[in-house]
Design a protein. Structure first.
Length: 363
């Protein structure tokens, strides 16, 4: 694609709401100016959200076990079952963490653990039902698609069957976490024991078809090629079309390389922001694009200028903290940086299950 012609054609497509191609998105990432990328991403954002406004909520990720048999080389969190420093939180220990979040004003918990070989479907459905009973005013992302797949395989039951079991016990959300880069060559290099891409989408389809909500995620900054990143975006856009918009949001964050077998360096902020803009432009069927305070702290708020409209204020997440993330509880300072960028921010209620809708204020 030649520069002058390429950007003119893309501008016209974005202006008229026409979908950009894979080649055009890759070209934008490699060649567009920062100002051009911001302008195009902001234009797509404005199809869904008023310019100058953003939303957030405060949440914790509760890592209820660090036992995992998947062996992802980018993970600093997991321990094998026979290692001495493993843990599995009891119900009361889980509740202590939720109480800590509530004391900080949080309204949502995302549960995330490893692939624990001894925990069956009923362990999870029982735990989550008790948690919902004790905290009826809170929202819970109860596990990730990756964990769901492991639990189903361990039980030798189909994804449909297990999704129905979770839904019948009251589970509302199983998020798209554990996606990293959804490309089979990437998966083979770094986490061959986790899943294959089509399997991931089969599980996510079962979750949505059982009436639960799910989300889309991506992590960049390992050793993935641009082609692998584009495979992730292309397949995700197609899945969201097939799912008639039922994935409520998309969150991209950056790999933290510390204390991992893979190692490496963190993606520079500018690369993260440019990629976020490409995601917003390419994923024209996802309403909420979220920027990652968890891995970029207040710098993440700049993502609002690059197409994002929403973010979390996280209070804890052992998985990323073990790999080098630092979580600040200076929430007002983070929110002030949104103001400095020209955004007014609204604390929102958790998104409802179903096709992405406008955020509503927290009660
Ligand atoms: S990323 Fe998740 S699945 Fe992979 S080793 Fe870590 S805890 Fe296990």
């Amino acid at each position: 694609m030649r520069s002058g012609q390429g950007i003119e054609a893309i501008r016209e497509k974005v202006k008229t709401g026409t979908r950009v191609s894979r080649e055009e998105s890759a070209w934008l990432f490699e060649h567009a100016t920062d100002a051009e990328l911001q302008a195009l991403a902001s234009r797509v954002r404005a199809r869904f959200h008023p310019p100058g406004q953003a939303t957030y909520l405060k949440m914790a990720i509760v890592n209820y076990t660090n036992v995992c048999v998947a062996r992802c080389d980018y993970c600093a969190f997991y321990r094998f079952p026979d290692q001495p420093d493993t843990y599995l939180l009891s119900f009361e220990q889980v509740c202590e963490k939720i109480d800590q979040l509530r004391a900080l004003g949080g309204t949502m918990v995302g549960f995330n653990g490893g692939f624990h070989p001894d925990l069956g479907v009923e362990h999870y459905t029982h735990l989550f039902a008790r948690v919902r009973d004790r905290y009826p005013d809170m929202s819970f992302y109860e596990m990730t698609v990756a964990e769901f797949m492991f639990v189903a395989k361990r039980a030798k039951r189909s994804y449909d069957e297990v999704a129905e079991a979770f839904a019948a016990c009251g589970t509302r959300w199983i998020t798209g976490g554990g996606a990293e880069i959804l490309d089979d060559a990437f998966r083979l290099r770094h986490s061959p024991g986790k899943y294959k891409v089509e399997d991931y989408y089969a599980a996510q389809k079962a979750i949505l078809d059982a009436g639960m909500g799910s989300t889309a995620t991506m992590v960049i900054g390992f050793d993935e090629s641009l082609d692998e990143r584009m495979n992730h975006l292309e397949r995700l856009r197609r899945f969201q079309d097939e799912a008639e918009g039922r994935l409520s949001s998309f969150l991209c964050w950056t790999y933290k390389p510390f204390h991992t077998d893979l190692g490496g360096e963190e993606v520079p902020l500018r690369e993260y922001l440019r990629w976020l803009a490409v995601c917003r432009i390419h994923l024209d069927n996802i309403v909420h694009v979220r920027t990652s305070v968890l891995t970029r702290n207040e710098d993440a708020l700049q993502g609002l200028l690059w197409g994002a409209n929403d973010f979390d204020l996280p209070t804890e997440d052992e998985v990323t903290q073990k790999a080098g993330a630092t979580i600040s509880h200076e929430f007002e300072a983070v929110l002030a940086s949104a103001g400095e960028l020209g955004f007014s921010v609204l604390r929102r209620a958790p998104f409802p299950v179903g096709p992405g809708r406008a955020a509503t204020p927290a009660a």
